[in-house]
Design a protein around this ligand. Structure first.
Ligand code: UDP
Length: 460
């Protein structure tokens, strides 16, 4: 909110993980494009990663990137959600207050007037209120998941869930007919066989529920047509998605990658036939066994199609990938393997015909915005529910099913690739959803209008 004589100034604070930093940075770029000052606060550890991959055009984005400590020692495990979240909870409020006071002292005309906090660290909105700034939450996931979280008290009261989030009755949780139901292993907090982890995730969901009540706005990377039913269940939701770098007027990349994007894959894509390439990416966290990596490699080879595969250096259970004997030589003519891709640009490329994805919400929004059919391979959290949206509700993809040992076999992979490329109705649906997505962020689209309303509010 603008206090008389003061310019609005937004402080945006993501959770320190790739799938949280990137979409909030995209949103921040859009806000800055409208002439509003944005200070974007990463932890020092993430700040260093983000700066290392930027191309020096951050000035152009009109955002000030800054950092605060995460409270951890250099040797602490920053890949561990519990260690990181615990430390942030202890140290972040104090660090943020110091930062805000420093900013406010520097320029009294540009005091922080609004704090946008990732829902995963929604408790920092108390800080916003202490310094007289408007508390706004950002949801980098589907509205459906939030609708479920808001429903938790009722589910506990009705005996559907126990206090640890375990399903006690029935096989499904259903909110409305337009939202896929959740099976017991598809609840975003569920970790079957690991109650300790589940309890901690469930507690985080309960905290998110409180944040949703506390925040004045809940900005969400979704759009009305694909999630209208879920949006209706969330009182303060403001759908502003899909958040894409291409929404950004000043720069075609918003930045925020933790790895250096290998842009050579774009010129490789230029040489492939239209709609022929399988793009494979499992986001920033998912890992799998060496055995599973072999099956995937051999399935891709068996398909005989060109493929672009993102193999992070820690994809094989934290280690470098070992490919099957002779694989790299055999596929050299029609394969490209990179450590990190400029994903949005890849998905927008006309050569890409299929997205083999772990169904992270950002990847889901990016893939559907580019009209690319999905092959779904979810790992954890909301990814199973996103798969259900993709395959059952929007009908823009197929599931890769695990065998009795939990492995996706090379034969399953080859068969589903063929089915997907042969299925013209899935492609037609994907193009229809793309139209809707892009209409939403164009002038007169509902996400565009919602965003404008939020900007007007910031300026009042
Ligand atoms: N991404 C990317 N290059 C890659 C792989 C992923 O830029 O090679 C980006 C992708 O575009 C998305 C984010 O990383 O914005 C991953 O977020 P998502 O929610 O899909 O998955 P997570 O990493 O949180 O599991």
């Amino acid at each position: 909110m603008e206090v008389k004589g003061r310019r609005p100034h937004v402080l945006a604070v993501p959770y320190p993980a790739q799938g949280h930093v990137m979409p909030l940075l995209k949103l921040s770029c859009q806000i800055a494009n409208r002439g509003i000052k944005v200070t974007f606060v990463n932890t020092e550890h993430i700040h260093a990663k983000v700066l290392a991959t930027m191309h020096g055009d951050e000035e152009q984005r009109g955002i000030e990137l800054t950092s605060i400590p995460d409270g951890l020692m250099p040797e602490d495990d920053r890949e561990n959600f519990f260690i990181v979240t615990g430390s942030l909870r202890r140290t972040m409020p104090g660090n943020l207050i110091d930062l805000i006071e420093e900013i406010n002292c520097k320029n009294s005309d540009e005091k922080i007037s609004c704090v946008i906090a990732d829902i995963a660290i929604g408790w920092i909105l108390d800080v916003a209120e202490k310094v007289g700034a408007e508390p706004v939450a950002f949801l980098p996931a589907a509205a459906a998941g939030m609708a479920l979280i808001l429903h938790i008290p009722k589910l506990i009261e009705a005996g559907n869930l126990d206090k640890n989030g375990t399903m006690m009755q029935g096989e499904l949780i259903n909110l409305t007919d337009e939202i896929p139901s959740w099976r017991r292993n598809e609840l975003s907090w569920s970790f079957l066989g690991d109650l300790k982890t589940q309890k901690i995730f469930f507690e985080c969901c309960l905290t998110a529920e409180q944040t949703a009540h506390h925040a004045k706005w809940l900005l969400c990377n979704t759009f009305d047509e694909i999630e209208s039913s879920a949006c209706k269940l969330i009182p303060k939701i403001c759908p502003v998605g899909p958040l894409l770098s291409s929404n950004n007027l000043k720069s075609s990349t918003s930045g925020g990658s933790f790895w250096v994007e290998d842009t050579t894959c774009l010129s490789w894509l230029d040489k492939q036939p239209v709609g022929s390439v399988i793009y494979i990416s499992f986001g920033s966290i998912a890992v799998f066994s060496q055995e599973q990596l072999h099956e995937l490699a051999l399935g891709l080879e068996l398909s005989g199609r060109p493929f672009l595969w993102v193999v992070r250096s820690n994809l094989a259970n934290g280690l470098n990938a070992q490919y099957p004997n002779g694989f790299l030589k055999r596929v050299v003519e029609h394969a490209k393997i990179v450590e990190w891709a400029p994903q949005e640009k890849v998905l927008a490329h006309s050569s890409v015909g299929c997205f083999l994805s772990h169904c992270g919400w950002n990847s889901t929004m990016e893939g559907l915005s580019m009209g690319v059919p999905f092959l779904c391979w979810p790992y954890f959290a909301d990814q199973f529910h996103n798969q259900n949206y993709i395959c059952d509700m929007w009908k823009i993809g197929l599931r890769l099913k695990p065998d009795e040992n939990g492995l996706r076999s090379r034969h399953e992979i080859k068969a589903k690739i063929e089915m997907l490329f042969d299925d013209h109705s899935i492609k037609a649906n994907a193009l229809e959803v793309k139209e809707m997505a892009l209409k939403n962020v164009s002038e007169s689209g509902s996400s565009f209008q919602n965003f404008e309303t939020f900007i007007d509010h910031l300026r009042k």
